[in-house]
Design a protein. Structure first.
Lengths: 351, 267
């Protein structure tokens, strides 16, 4: 009989070791692959781009691009880890630009009012996205594809109706300009600092706070996450609102930086943010990823798209490099994930 | 006579026009393993989803310790001590053992208004709890759950339920996808849970597994309780027949006998 053989053997004092740098621990980190990718890309452009790429100007050019994409890629990455996608960022950005420009430029309201309205708009689009995803059960790819077009149409329609044009000028006071649209040292966009702040905030949410665990669980297995009592509906809506908010923020800072807003400026962000997140080691189907990885992915993307101008190559080749890089990144990340699944950190396994 | 931890009286469940469970009455006591047997689609999973708060019964009553209960959601049931390891899912392959163990109940350290997930505590407690069930190979709470064997994953889920104070442990086919060795591991863990005084509801297709650990047995056929008996009251063959609705197995045996008679080398 089974019960006679039941002797729950007590654990021998397991050889505990704190995680040093073992291969297993390294493979387990979602950013390992993207870090290598970033180094390789950087080295490539350091060789072919020469000293001007390596100089301050070169650094500023890719950092500026990375910061704008990065602020959007972070919440998009969180959503992807939670198993959702958000394409609507591509029209929330211009919608927010237009909102702040129309209110604070065309109508001359205080800048804070315009900013608040634009951010509220971003939150609202996110809220609606989240609600529709929950209520309809339609994949978020489709829902946000719909809202991408709906918001773009609304922006265009309302802009033309109100201002009679598709572009509006915006003059801001020194404070607004300094905080959202200035260059530090004449070349580094102040957005870089906001990106760093966003990295810290999202890093805290995902990796430090218990909510991060909920996000991973939600992306790993939605039904089980719900059964464990995780408020997945609220969390989903909040994540969509986060991406609406961050997209709106980028839209606002663009309008302030360029002193004007156009109805169609954000489309490139849709794919650029997703590419950065995927290069950064986030699993497209959810449940795996890291904020550091997303940052590496964003930097890699920015280096390729800007570094090309420092080489003698035709800039058209940048898209080719990004395409190949994306595929390589996914393959490499898959390999690392497989390694991670089979890896233990214990060098001397207990028994 | 002791009050059972959990008692169902005349529980029925239908999904719209589809009646899945009819008039089920069951009970489990502390320190006892109730095996729930039945063919595919008999309603076993539906029954335990009703017990664990995923579905509300259409009619009938559920009592815990003699008090009527109704669960609005699975969390409410698990807060009352009914822990379920579902047939599919339940663990998160790309999460670490520690994170998976504490999912939804993360231990935190506080810095003023900020909360931080306490990885070290989570890993230590998780590894200790799993080792307490005899799985001593697991020493590293940072390992990803997807890298564990099926049996180890079931053990993780069971250890977790017990750690969080489960009094009733519901296991939906925990041995279904496992080889002999892994399955016997899980069975041993079921017995350890019973020894710790839990009531265990154990669902399986495999009569051998049921007979190894069961104290009481209940057989579901097309949503009704076809039989309910204690250990030793039925033979293995009788149970197998019951599960298959009696006829199917006899037919199969007849076919096999005929086949063997026809092909002499199959001796
Ligand atoms: N949500 C639902 N809506 C309608 N019918 C359902 C639902 N859930 C289950 N059923 C039906 O109820 C019956 C019993 O299903 P259940 O999953 O409980 O069977 P089971 O005994 O667990 O089978 P298995 O051994 O294959 O796991 C099946 O016919 C199934 O189609
Ligand atoms: Mg089932």
């Amino acid at each position: 009989m089974m019960s006679d053989t039941l002797k729950p053997s007590l654990a021998p004092p397991a050889a505990r070791r704190d995680h040093g740098l073992s291969l297993g621990a390294l493979a387990r980190r979602p950013e390992t692959g993207s870090f290598l990718g970033m180094l390789i890309v950087f080295a490539f452009f350091a060789v072919f781009g020469g000293s001007s790429f390596l100089g301050l100007g070169g650094a500023a050019s890719w950092l500026n691009v990375a910061a704008e994409i990065g602020i959007v890629a972070l919440p998009v990455g969180l959503l992807m880890i939670a198993g959702e996608l958000d394409l609507s960022v591509g029209s929330v950005i211009p919608a927010a630009s237009m909102t702040v420009a129309v209110l604070s430029g065309y109508f001359d309201l205080p800048l804070v009012v315009g900013i608040a309205a634009a951010l509220a708009l971003g939150l609202l689009v996110g809220f609606v996205n989240g609600l529709l995803v929950l209520r309809t059960g339609v994949p978020s790819f489709i829902i946000t594809l719909g809202s991408l077009f709906a918001v773009a149409g609304l922006t265009l329609g309302i802009s033309v109706l109100v201002t009679g044009s598709t572009g509006v000028a915006l003059q801001t006071g020194p404070l607004g300009k300094a905080l959202l649209g200035s260059f530090i040292g004449g070349m580094f966009q102040v957005t870089i600092l906001w990106w760093i702040a966003a990295l810290l905030a999202v890093g805290y949410i995902l990796h430090v706070s218990p909510i991060g665990n909920w996000i991973f669980a939600l992306g790993g297995d939605k039904v089980s996450a719900r059964n464990e009592g995780i408020p997945i509906d609220r969390l989903t809506v909040q994540l969509f609102m986060g991406s609406g908010f961050c997209s709106a923020f980028v839209g606002i800072s663009q309008a302030i930086l360029y002193n004007s807003a156009q109805v169609s400026t954000g489309q490139s962000f849709i794919f650029n943010s997703i590419i950065s997140v995927v290069i950064g080691g986030v699993l497209l189907t959810g449940g795996f990823g890291s904020v550091v990885g997303i940052a590496f992915g964003t930097i890699t993307f920015a280096i390729v798209s800007q570094g090309i101008f420092y080489t003698g190559f035709d800039a058209n080749w940048a898209s080719l490099i990004i395409g190949v890089l994306l595929l390589l990144a996914v393959l490499m990340n898959n390999t690392f994930r497989r390694l991670a699944l089979s890896a233990t950190t214990s060098k001397g396994k207990a028994k | 006579m002791t009050t059972p931890i959990l008692r169902l009286t005349n529980v029925s469940k239908s999904f719209g026009p589809v009646d899945v469970l009819h008039d089920i009455s069951l009970q489990v006591n502390a320190g006892e393993v109730l095996c729930l047997l039945g063919d595919n689609g008999a309603g076993k999973s539906t029954l335990i989803k009703t017990l664990s708060g995923v579905h509300a019964p259409t009619s009938g009553t559920m009592e815990m310790d003699g008090q009527p209960v109704a669960f609005a959601n699975p969390r409410e049931a698990s807060d009352r001590g009914i822990a379920t390891v579902h047939q599919f899912g339940g663990t998160f392959p790309l999460m670490s053992i520690g994170r998976c163990f504490f999912v939804g109940r993360e231990p935190v350290k506080r810095w003023g208004p900020l909360k931080a997930y306490d990885r070290r505590t989570a890993n230590e407690v998780a590894v200790k709890a799993i080792q307490g069930f005899g799985i001593t190979r697991i020493t590293d709470g940072d390992r990803l759950v997807g890298g564990l064997s099926g049996g180890e994953r079931q053990s993780l889920a069971i250890a977790r339920a017990v750690h969080f104070g489960a009094r009733v442990l519901i296991l939906d086919e925990p041995t279904a996808a496992l080889g002999v060795k892994q399955a016997s591991h899980v069975l041993r863990i079921v017995l350890e849970a019973r020894r710790r005084g839990l009531a265990v509801i154990f669902i399986t297709h495999q009569v051998t597994h049921a007979m190894a650990v069961g104290d009481r047995f209940a057989v579901l056929i097309r949503g009704s309780l076809a039989a309910s008996f204690a250990k030793g009251e039925r033979t293995r063959e009788e149970i197998t027949d019951l599960m298959a609705g009696g006829e199917a197995m006899a037919e199969l045996e007849a076919e096999i006998a005929a086949h063997e008679a026809g092909s002499p080398q199959a001796a």
